[in-house]
Design a binder for this molecule. Structure first.
Ligand code: DQA
Length: 151
């Protein structure tokens, strides 16, 4: 069983009511239910965490050390400037995928910059909830690649 921590940053608790033209109409609860289903197909156990606070997100990433095989993270606005979240992901050395619901590359210039990207195996954006499900597939593939090279 592959263990995955799903982390959502600031304002993602407001999905469903938050700028639906940009982020869609699904709530975070509904997205998590979709992920739970996908996780079952991929033989993954998923834990979900959302916080509006940078330090709490860092604590959660640190807590993954030795416990989780992968992290799926939508850092929200922290994507664009939180070196501390970046450093936490680098510190624990766990496979991480950065996800975004919206197409961050076709919005304001400041959204094109991610300080998180370089410590993740992949950045997925612009696919709504499917950005998250694709991230689970990426981690499943990476974990199985890792296992076959161990042989
Ligand atoms: C977001 C994109 C960020 O720029 C924004 O601050 C968010 C959500 C996304 O999922 O598209 O909060 O990460």
């Amino acid at each position: 069983m592959i263990k995955i921590q799903v982390i959502n940053g600031p304002n993602l608790n407001l999905l469903g009511i938050r700028e639906p033209d940009i982020y869609g109409t699904l709530t975070l609860k509904e997205i998590n239910a979709m992920l739970r289903k996908k996780g079952d197909e991929l033989n993954m156990h998923l834990d979900f965490f959302q916080s509006n606070h940078e330090g709490d997100i860092i604590d959660k990433i640190q807590d993954c050390y030795g416990k989780m095989d992968g992290i799926v993270i939508n850092p929200g606005a922290y994507t664009h400037y939180s070196i501390a979240i970046r450093d936490a992901i680098a510190a624990v050395g766990i496979i991480a995928v950065e996800v975004h619901l919206s197409d961050i590359n076709s919005r304001e210039d400041f959204r094109k910059i991610s300080v998180i990207k370089s410590v993740c195996v992949k950045q997925i954006w612009g696919k709504g909830a499917d950005s998250y499900t694709e991230a689970l597939e990426v981690i499943a593939n990476k974990v199985s690649e890792g296992k076959s090279t161990d042989l």
